[in-house]
Design a protein around this ligand. Structure first.
Ligand code: MN
Length: 497
């Protein structure tokens, strides 16, 4: 089973391995171009070594390999190879742009901007989180590169001094993992958490691992047996079983769950589970029926996450049954689509538009997720118990009708938004629509609002009254500068002779 710890260590350092993944996953990627990017990165990082003693290019390759495993697109995989070039070598972003084009350069720029922030206390936390959101808002793929980069760094964390290990592990647990969770990339989330757990709580980690190894070896036979039996029963009714496999619970999430269960491993029923993948939703319910009629289900353990998905979009049927020798085992039933979403999160929802650029399905819905995500991170008591600061207390994110994200100060108005887009739009604004409702120009915008400006070409210029409510310096300056002299001269008292 693939998890954060049995990851093949020695497979990291070769371009052949990367190409192999691209071919195995049948990605629509030009491997010649990938080789070119590899050669470029190798030359740029020539002579550089990681703290672990490996040549630097291993890190670039490892990052790109993770991106390929998660089915990211060609530009992202190439940007993964080049992500540390402008920051750490003599080659610049312009060199990257010249060789690999605007799109790749844009991604590399995004990751460079995220930079090498050090996490120190809440100030840094807020700053860090904000940068993540801004990067995500500009292109979600930047966050995937950051995750892949972090995953590699965690795997080689042993080479760093303890203070750095702790800082990186904590930052991962507090910032990266919650975002991966919100994006529905659970495999990534689990790996980020488990690798961090090891460094943050080494004692707890190793004793739980020991317990788990024992637990698994006791159940291995049982699982194999159950797997064969269930497969046979489903075949009897001619169900097309696409996959039936064991999965183990991630260690960090088990550790947290144990704390609410008196640290009693026996009271937790989903430490191992069998996962059944079938083609359609109807098949899921049929499989459930077959399993329940053959084995006694444990009361109150059935959950229908197909009819009622988890807030992060997860779908599956969960049930716990007693096997023939009386042991409880959890079964998870899902369609291939649900399985793909669970594995790759939002990366499962790419598609290409007619110009060949990458798009996210339901783009706008995802954008709205940003503000939900922010709320969730703030209200997640596990992470931020004592911290009562609104992470975005002084900034809001609003959206254009096309789904672009605009970052504005708190209490900003449609006028600020209009001037942020373009001076002419500000100068000719007459009203606004906020979330498709007509709204006045002094409305205070909230994070997540979709804002549209209604303009009137005949309008001569901005209204001086707007100065009373605008929040951005840019809008203020533009209103002052644009106001035609005529307006001032028409105000009694201001007239000078
Ligand atoms: Mn890196």
């Amino acid at each position: 089973m693939f998890n954060a710890f049995n990851y093949p260590k020695r497979a990291m350092a070769s371009i052949t391995e990367l190409i192999k993944i691209i071919e195995r996953e049948k990605l629509n990627v030009d491997t010649d171009l990938v080789r070119l990017a590899y050669e470029f990165a190798k030359k740029a990082h020539e002579g550089q070594k990681r703290k672990s003693g490996e040549p630097y290019i291993s890190h670039s390759l490892g990052t790109a390999m993770t991106l390929a495993r998660y089915h990211l697109d060609q530009d992202t995989i190439i940007a993964g190879l080049l992500h540390d070039v402008p920051e750490d070598t003599d080659y610049s972003l312009d060199d990257v742009k010249r060789e690999f084009g605007d799109d790749v350069a844009h991604l590399v720029e995004g990751i460079t901007k995220l930079g090498k922030l050090k996490y120190r206390g809440i100030e840094r936390y807020i700053e860090n989180l904000r940068k993540m959101f801004i990067a995500m808002a500009s292109d979600i793929r930047v966050i995937f590169i950051k995750f892949a980069d972090r995953l590699y760094n965690l795997r080689t964390l042993y080479a760093l001094p303890p203070k750095k290990q702790e800082r990186i592990a904590r930052e991962t647990l507090e910032i990266y993992a919650p975002i991966a969770n919100r994006l529905g990339i659970w495999q990534m989330k689990g790996q980020l958490e488990d690798l961090s757990f090891k460094y943050l709580y080494p004692k707890e980690f190793s004793s739980l691992r020991e317990e788990l190894d024992k637990y698994y070896s006791e159940r291995e036979e049982l699982l194999k047996h159950a797997r064969r039996r269930i497969y046979a029963e489903l075949k009897k009714v001619h169900l097309d079983v696409m996959e039936i496999s064991g999965r183990t619970k991630d260690i960090w999430s088990l550790y947290k769950k144990l704390q609410t269960h008196n640290n009693d491993l026996k009271s937790i029923h989903d430490i191992v589970a069998l996962r059944v993948v079938v083609p359609t939703i109807a098949d899921c319910y049929q499989a459930l029926g077959v399993i329940h009629s053959r084995w006694r289900p444990m009361p109150n353990r059935f959950k229908d996450y197909i009819a009622q998905p988890k807030p992060n979009g997860y779908q599956s049927l969960h049930t716990t049954i007693f096997t023939d020798d009386g042991k409880a085992i959890e079964i998870q039933i899902r369609t291939a689509d649900m399985h793909k979403t669970a594995e790759y999160g939002i990366a499962a929802h790419w598609h290409y538009d007619e110009r060949g650029s990458i798009m996210l399905d339901k783009k706008f819905e995802w954008m709205q997720e940003l503000s939900k995500m922010q709320q969730e991170l703030i209200s997640d008591k596990t992470y931020l118990d004592s911290i009562k600061i609104d992470v975005f207390q002084d900034r809001i994110f609003v959206f254009t009708p096309k789904g672009d994200v605009i970052d504005l100060p708190e209490n900003a108005t449609p006028v600020d938004f209009a001037y942020h887009i373009h001076t002419d739009i500000g100068n000719t604004a007459t009203a606004a629509r906020v979330n498709n409702q007509l709204a006045s120009l002094d409305t205070e915008l909230q994070s997540g609002d979709m804002v549209e400006i209604i303009t009137d070409k005949k309008r001569k210029g901005p209204n001086r009254d707007w100065l009373k409510f605008v929040k951005t310096t840019a809008a203020r300056e533009k209103i002052k500068n644009a106001a035609p002299k005529g307006i001032f001269s028409s105000i009694p008292g201001l007239r000078r002779f």
